[in-house]
Design a binder for this molecule. Structure first.
Ligand code: 1HN
Length: 352
């Protein structure tokens, strides 16, 4: 017996179909059957490519940028880390933006706010500040600082040397939802309403103000995670047992009062890979941006391998299987859209 589909001769040749598509196209219609296989793929198919930015290569360009434009004129003096598969889109993954920002002694990056949430990982320098919603935070290498959606933020450098950090923003996610709003402040610097370190004291010690309730933007009231604390946690975990075979010793940054990610649109992670340790193959559905804080790591993908050093940034696309091999004790920071995928029931991982 014939399969039902074989009982019918093709109803039209290619030319007749193309003519039909052209006619309906004029009326803003298109045939799903020509696209279905590209829309609904068996596994993620991304234009995002694995990529690696060597700090040794990028650092001189940042110096050149400081000679070409002031932080004031630029508003933010940043070199965008453009994914080679997504050029011209200011994207490091399909959903996320990343860049390297430089601010020199005496410079100010004036106050503004926007619906895009930002995170910063300090790579170089000691003592510049970022102010978030009325509180100034002094930044040191390895610190993780958040700027939740719609919070006023400005940066300044009152130290003696240049300050460079990695910015991560949910720019593409917000663009996909057509939800970008922004406002600049009439003042260069926002008015400070709390002393330096206030949020760390109130929220970062297993305590909270007695009448505390979660904020409407679902972001952590703690917005600076000092590296010395992160590092101590990672190092200390080694005495408690063996590393996870696929992840090493890996922790996620949390809002200490809810256990959720510090901001709803981006998750951030810190990971220790002891010297000589190689992770077993791993992949997940969130394209992930990594920055090396300490040590050297070999990043092994199916079709390429690169070696990352301190302050290098690399990106692993959604569902790209990879292994990480630590040449020395290595500490990696990473961020991704994982909390978004999780809340939508989309996030997956595979450990083979
Ligand atoms: C932004 O506001 C900052 O405040 C950095 O430092 C990078 C990239 C795109 C959109 C806004 C900042 C940004 C950004």
């Amino acid at each position: 017996m014939n399969h039902p589909s074989q009982m019918h001769a093709p109803v039209a040749d290619r030319a007749a179909r193309e003519a039909f598509y052209a006619r309906i196209g004029a009326d803003n219609l298109a045939p799903l059957w020509e696209q279905l296989h590209n829309l609904v793929t068996r596994t993620p198919r991304s234009d995002c490519q694995p990529a690696h930015w060597s700090y040794a290569k990028v650092r001189p360009y940042l110096t050149e940028a400081t000679e070409l434009i002031t932080a004031e004129e630029a508003e933010r003096r940043v070199l965008i880390l453009e994914n080679p598969g997504l050029r011209g889109k200011a994207a490091i993954t399909t959903s996320l933006y990343a860049g390297l920002q430089a601010i020199l002694p005496g410079e100010v990056a004036r106050a503004h706010r926007h619906s895009q949430a930002a995170l910063r990982l300090i790579l170089e320098g000691d003592g510049a500040y970022t102010s978030v919603d009325g509180e100034k935070t002094i930044m040191r290498r390895g610190d993780f600082v958040t700027t939740p959606s719609w919070t006023w933020h400005d940066h300044g450098n009152e130290s003696n040397g240049p300050m460079i950090w990695l910015d991560g923003l949910d720019v593409q996610l917000v663009a996909a939802l057509d939800a970008s709003f922004a406002e600049s402040s009439p003042a260069d610097r926002q008015e400070l309403r709390r002393p330096v370190g206030d949020s760390l004291l109130r929220y970062g010690n297993g305590l909270a103000p007695v009448d505390w309730t979660p904020t409407a933007n679902r972001a952590s009231p703690l917005f600076c995670y000092p590296y010395e604390r992160t590092r101590a946690s990672l190092m200390g975990m080694q005495t408690a047992g063996a590393p996870d075979p696929h992840l090493g010793y890996k922790l996620r940054y949390v809002d200490p009062l809810t256990g959720r990610s510090p901001m709803p649109t981006m998750g951030a992670f810190a990971q220790l890979l002891p010297k000589g340790f190689s992770t077993a193959p791993y992949r997940c559905s969130s394209g992930t941006v990594f920055a090396v804080l300490e040590g050297r790591v070999e990043v092994i993908l199916d079709d390429r391998t690169f070696e990352a050093e301190p302050n290098d940034v690399f990106v692993i696309p959604s569902w790209a299987a990879h292994r990480l091999a630590a040449r020395e004790d290595a500490i990696l920071f990473s961020f991704s859209d994982r909390p978004v995928q999780e809340v939508l029931g989309l996030w997956r991982e595979s450990r083979d």
